[in-house]
Design a protein around this ligand. Structure first.
Ligand SMILES: Cc1ncc(COP(=O)(O)O)c(C=O)c1O
Length: 328
């Protein structure tokens, strides 16, 4: 039996490890740009016995159709999902395991927030601000959802989901029905989206390069329980350096988005003369991302201004799809 999976890196590694424990074959479609940028992540999966394929690949119809149109495509999470789903539906012994976006993933990740609450209680503290980086939404929702319940019940908490400015799903994408993948194989999901054909710039936070956002996170944005923010790449790496030099830990580029927002909020509180408890999700280490840090040190990284026309073009693909009810 084989498991196919989308390449949220931390998820691909976890799945590869678990499959090896249970004697299950594992195949990972890893976004091409991440495959090239993060060879050690791929090697971790291979060490646990997974077969790792750069997506788009020539192994699926979906991959071949994308490569025909865009031979140099850096890939996207939406494309990798198309390839994985195609392999899963073409073989009854193959199952597909998605590591983010879908609501059930948000719910099982909420163990993070439930544990955080217990730890905060032990520390005699309660957060004023909660922060997480959001690609498909899983680590953010995992921490935030137990606190979102408190906010719905009247607590005053600022809950911030952070995304890259070059893939601004929550801050610039409409709430619409869209496919979770490029080749339109998934059911339609009501979510903030930039359109299933949107291909973000090849920034180093590969896990945040997804066109959509979990429907539950999207709904809580509409309900004003969650505040979305976007940050440019260079600010996130600067924040990662500050964090490493003060706390010791080297964060993944995705995680640096949460670190950067935490620094912003801490500085804001200082300016306002307020004492605030800020809780953020440190979603992963960056030890397999040192090449990205090297690019930053050598001045090779840039910020990306995403032109509105690029979003408008991608959103044209949504025109013929049904429209969800908007918040009142
Ligand atoms: C370290 C890290 N943080 C955050 C994310 C974002 O994913 P999600 O929004 O599902 O938590 C990823 C995805 O690859 C990641 O590798």
């Amino acid at each position: 039996m084989a498991h196919f999976e989308m390449p949220v890196d931390k998820w691909g590694s976890s799945l590869a490890m678990c499959c090896s424990f249970f004697g299950i074959e594992c195949k990972v479609f890893m976004v091409k740009i991440s495959y090239n940028q993060k060879p050690y992540r791929r090697l971790m999966m291979e060490t646990w016995g997974a077969n790792c394929t750069a997506s788009p690949s020539t192994e699926t119809k979906a991959g071949r159709s994308i490569l025909e149109k865009y031979p140099d495509s850096p890939g996207s999470l939406g494309m990798a999902i198309s390839e994985a789903v195609e392999e899963a539906v073409s073989d009854e012994h193959t199952k597909y395991a998605l590591g983010s976006v879908l609501n059930h993933v948000m719910i099982h990740q909420s163990i993070i927030g439930l544990e955080a609450k217990k730890q905060m209680e032990m520390a005699g503290a309660y957060p004023d601000v909660i922060i997480g980086s959001a690609g498909g939404g899983s680590n953010f929702a995992g921490l935030a959802f137990p606190y979102a319940l408190d906010k719905i019940n009247g607590k005053d908490i600022d809950i911030i989901a952070v995304e890259p400015a070059s893939c601004p799903t929550m801050t610039r994408g409409p709430f619409a029905y869209d496919f979770g993948d490029t080749v339109q194989m998934t059911p339609l999901l009501p979510m903030h989206t930039l359109g299933h054909n949107f291909v973000p710039a090849p920034i180093h936070a590969g896990g945040l390069r997804y066109h959509g956002m979990a429907p539950l996170v999207s709904q809580l944005i509409l309900d004003k329980i969650i505040r979305p923010e976007s940050i440019q790449q260079l600010e996130t790496f600067k924040a990662g350096m500050t964090f490493a030099r003060s706390e010791g830990y080297i964060s993944a580029p995705e995680c640096n988005h949460a670190v950067a927002m935490t620094i912003r909020e801490a500085l804001k509180a200082k300016e306002e003369g307020k004492e605030k408890t800020i809780l953020f999700n440190w979603s992963g280490h960056g030890l397999v991302d040192m090449a990205a840090y090297e690019s930053f040190f050598r001045g090779k990284l840039a910020d990306h201004e995403l032109p509105q026309e690029q979003i408008d073009v991608a959103l044209k693909d949504l025109e013929s799809l049904p429209k969800p009810r908007q918040a009142t």
